[in-house]
Ligand binder design. Structure first.
Ligand code: AMP
Ligand code: ZN
Length: 452
């Protein structure tokens, strides 16, 4: 078995991966905030960590891997959007979460073991870990304080704060541009709990009716579902600071441990045709819009064409290339498949998910005619030949002329050519072209195809 190496944002080195418990390898990935359709940038962590999940299942056994991806269903943007649309918060988040599940299923990613919703982990039963109990423990341990109806994390109480982001507290405080609320002891102290305004969702707590700060949910859900320390924590690179730094602060201080997750993985950002994706630039693309034009597996392969830590440029050319590649692979892989992926592909992925190398190795299987390992590899990656075939069939334009009529005209043209009646032969060719049928004369005779 090839040793798995992963680049760890915490150590900034590529380290050998050693699970805490090989019979239960545990991974947590920050999921979407469900206020609107997810964009294609949001699909990157979904696709990257799906690949990690597949690899871990292969290396340790499917029943020995637990993958949690949360749904953030409490957030100011959610409140604002529900009000704008005149629907309840619950209706908005259910609808958006369902859309997200549909989108990522169509991309061909596996469902995580658990997809917890933040609101279900705010207040739970007496013996169950939840966000309120987490805050209580942080206060009891001297890491949080109540001020003006809020509860804040006391950053100065944690010497290791800033370790993930590699920033010292002094630097951060000097650079703090946020307007500092008067009730804060230190400018970098962050909110664990805040009061809810009239009309905002609210939960009962020892500090009054309120709601959690954003970072808290991942500390609560990861501990409840994976334990106080687990193996891998993932998300986009923008989450390193403050979100992941604050998750670490909450979890380690609450549980009195040095470590929340052993390995921190971060995907690079996605740009569209070389530009930052933004609504104001008009290049904002949702996953749904991509899936209206392309099959999910083509989008997924396009996303894997760059190494996950590098930025990726999302382009039409990249999608076209992925379609061609996938079609070639399926052509060469038709028939029975090996039950396992090729070892060369597993090795490429075991090197910090080296997907460019993975793609090169799949090309090599194809060119060496290793049909069964190729088919086994495509199955392991979850690429579905029927999905591509159905899409290509649906895309093919309809014939405007019955096939027998085309064949009759092709024969008539051959006859004209035999009689050296070039004018008639050309006339027939042009007649067919006008109907969208292109003729090709080759050594083996004349073939036709529908013009695209
Ligand atoms: P959000 O819903 O904004 O919290 O984002 C959900 C996930 O998508 C997080 O892991 C983000 O880091 C990630 N993400 C957001 N935008 C992009 C982007 N343009 N490229 C790659 N990842 C992104
Ligand atoms: Zn998180």
């Amino acid at each position: 078995m090839s040793a798995l190496k992963i680049y760890n944002s915490l150590t900034r080195t590529k380290d050998d991966f050693a699970p805490i418990d090989p019979t239960n390898v545990r991974m947590y990935v920050c999921g979407p905030t469900v206020y609107d359709r997810a964009h294609i940038g949001n699909a990157r962590p979904v696709i990257v960590f799906d690949l990690m999940y597949r690899l871990l299942r292969h290396l340790y056994g499917a029943e020995h891997v637990t993958y949690v991806r949360n749904v953030t269903d409490v957030d100011d943007k959610i409140n604002a959007r529900a009000a704008e649309r005149g629907i309840s918060i619950r209706a908005l988040t259910e609808d958006t979460a369902r859309g997200f599940r549909e989108d990522v299923a169509e991309l061909g990613t596996l469902r995580p073991s658990h997809e917890p919703r933040a609101t279900e982990f705010i207040c739970r039963g007496a013996d169950e870990l939840d966000m309120v109990k987490l805050v209580e423990r942080l206060i009891a341990r001297g890491h949080a304080y109540e001020a003006d109806g809020h509860v804040l994390f006391d950053v100065a109480s944690m010497p290791a704060y800033g370790r993930l982001a590699r920033r010292s507290l002094d630097e951060m405080e000097a650079g703090a541009r946020v307007e500092v609320a008067s009730y804060k002891k230190g400018p970098m102290d962050f909110v664990l709990w805040k009061p809810s305004k009239e009309g905002e969702p609210a939960w009962t707590s020892p500090w009054g009716q309120g709601r959690p700060g954003w970072h808290l949910e991942c500390s609560a859900m990861s501990a409840a579902l994976l334990g106080e320390t687990f193996d891998i924590h993932g998300g986009g690179i923008d989450l390193i600071f403050p979100h992941h730094e604050n998750e670490i602060a909450q979890s380690t201080c609450c549980f009195g441990r040095d470590t929340m997750a052993n390995v921190w993985m971060h995907n690079g950002f996605l740009q569209v045709e070389g530009e930052k994706m933004s609504k104001s630039l008009g290049n904002f693309v949702t996953i749904r819009e991509v899936l209206a034009d392309w099959p999910g597996d083509v989008a997924r392969l396009a996303m894997l064409s760059a190494h996950y830590r590098q930025p990726i440029n999302w382009t039409l050319k990249g999608l076209q290339e992925a379609e061609r590649t996938l079609a070639q692979w399926f052509d060469a892989a038709a028939g029975e498949a090996d039950p396992r992926p090729a070892e060369t592909v597993v090795e490429a992925l075991s090197d910090d998910l080296n997907t460019p190398k993975m793609i090169a190795e799949i090309h090599r299987l194809k060119s060496e005619g290793r049909r069964k390992p190729l088919a086994g590899t495509l199955a392991f990656l979850g690429f579905r030949p029927d999905v591509l075939a159905d899409w290509q069939a649906a895309k093919a334009p309809e014939l405007s002329v019955p096939q027998e009529e085309i064949e009759r005209l092709v024969d008539a043209r051959l006859e004209a050519r035999r009689e050296r009646n070039w004018a008639e032969a050309d006339r027939i060719r042009d007649e067919l072209l006008a109907k969208g049928v292109v003729l090709k004369d080759g050594a083996g005779g004349t073939t036709w195809e529908v013009a695209r």
